[in-house]
Design a binder for this molecule. Structure first.
Ligand SMILES: *Cc1c(COP(=O)(O)O)cnc(C)c1O
Length: 370
């Protein structure tokens, strides 16, 4: 017999994990608007608005600021394969999953990789970068701003100065930080900065905002070899997003609508208020967790508000607890990864999920389950 499928339905969830975050109804509604042509003047106008809004959120005047048509990892790959030519020296700072991923991409792109490491759950100290650059004249230095696997917020100012003193390009992963804490691309002199839509921007996964400084564009233009990836080659994508509008690939129309609305909501709220909301509610969550006798992984000074890593108390089966949270309360939180597997839970407070009612919900659910 022919199988009959029901129309699609999904459970209601409170997304307090490492992403995606809950998507506000305005953004979902935007995705339900009719699809129009990707070269329709009305769509071109939307593309321009999205670029302008992204510049504001990144705090940059970089002309080349666009959403890449794929998730945050594509932003990472785009940043690295465009900035690196075969044989270029690349210094990558690794203190979590996403630093590890950057190393993999650098090697695949034929870069000469040097990796420096900090313990997972701690940030890099500027001296470590300074020492590494002494005998390794890197063309680029890459680091993660908010490490979603550990909950560390990496201070960037001093490291940026060191990187530029050595004449290298500064590449920063702001997938989790953008829209939740200041990224300040221009002030921090970040040359290539990429993000993702499903974390603090609370748009569905599928796009990766990215921005290139003038120096990064210069480096791109002076390449002697083609960018290793056809799809992520910014020399071609620039012509699609720029005034020439040369067809490269069909923009994911509905995703761009969604990003347009997610950015509008972020800017309506005001970036400062949004950052403040993330700070305030993270402090409230941590206060509640500590009152229950739980401990945080990361030192107070280096915690990132949108990802709160809590140590799992002795004798608790962490997977069972997460399963109950999901089944009984509809709440998703994240497990530990790599060396932190079984050691921490990751409670995300990203964008729309970062709400007062979710704090009391997760705290009371944890209290009753523990
Ligand atoms: C989520 C994340 C990524 C990868 O993004 P995807 O959208 O999952 O591809 C990269 N870096 C950081 C810091 C992240 O949190």
């Amino acid at each position: 017999m022919e199988k009959k499928f029901q129309s699609l339905s999904v459970p209601r969830r409170v997304l307090l994990g490492p992403g995606p975050s809950n998507v506000p109804p305005e953004v979902l509604q935007a995705m339900a608007l009719p699809v129009i042509g990707h070269l329709d003047p009305a769509f071109l106008a939307i593309m321009e608005e999205v670029q302008a809004m992204l510049r504001t959120v990144f705090a940059t005047t970089n002309r080349f600021t666009i959403p890449i048509s794929a998730t945050g990892s594509a932003g990472m790959e785009a940043a690295l394969v465009n900035a690196i030519e075969r044989g270029d020296k690349a210094l990558v700072c690794v203190n979590g999953v996403f630093g590890v991923r950057m190393c993999d991409i650098v090697e695949r792109a034929g870069g000469e990789l040097k990796k420096i490491e900090a313990e997972w759950g701690t940030p890099f100290q500027p001296d470590q970068v300074r020492d590494a650059l002494k005998n390794f004249p890197a063309a680029i230095v890459a680091i993660v701003h908010a490490e979603t696997s550990t909950g560390v917020l990496q201070p960037l100012e001093e490291i940026s100065r060191i990187v530029h003193d050595h004449g290298a390009l500064f590449v920063v992963d702001a997938v989790t930080s953008l829209g939740g804490t200041p990224v300040n691309v221009d002030d921090r002199k970040i040359d290539v900065c990429y993000s993702g839509t499903q974390k603090c921007l609370s748009c569905p996964p599928g796009l990766s905002p990215i921005t290139f400084s003038d120096s990064a564009i210069e480096k791109l233009k002076s390449r002697t070899s083609k960018v290793q990836s056809w799809y992520l080659d910014m020399t071609m994508i620039e012509k699609y997003w720029g005034p020439e509008r040369v067809y490269h690939h069909t923009a994911p129309i509905s995703m761009i609508y969604a990003l347009r609305e997610a950015l509008r909501l972020a800017l309506d709220e005001g970036l400062e208020s949004r950052f403040d909301r993330h700070r305030r509610l993270s402090a409230q969550l941590i206060d509640g967790l500590e009152k229950m006798g739980l401990e945080m992984l990361v030192d107070r000074k280096y915690r990132t508000p949108m990802l709160n890593a809590v140590k799992i108390p002795c004798g608790v089966d962490e997977a069972v607890l997460r399963k109950r949270l999901l089944e009984r309360y509809g709440i998703e939180i994240g497990a530990g990864l790599g060396p932190l597997k079984g050691k921490i839970w990751r409670i995300g407070l990203m964008g729309h999920s970062c709400a007062e009612e979710n704090i009391s919900l997760i705290l009371s659910a944890l209290k009753s389950l523990l």
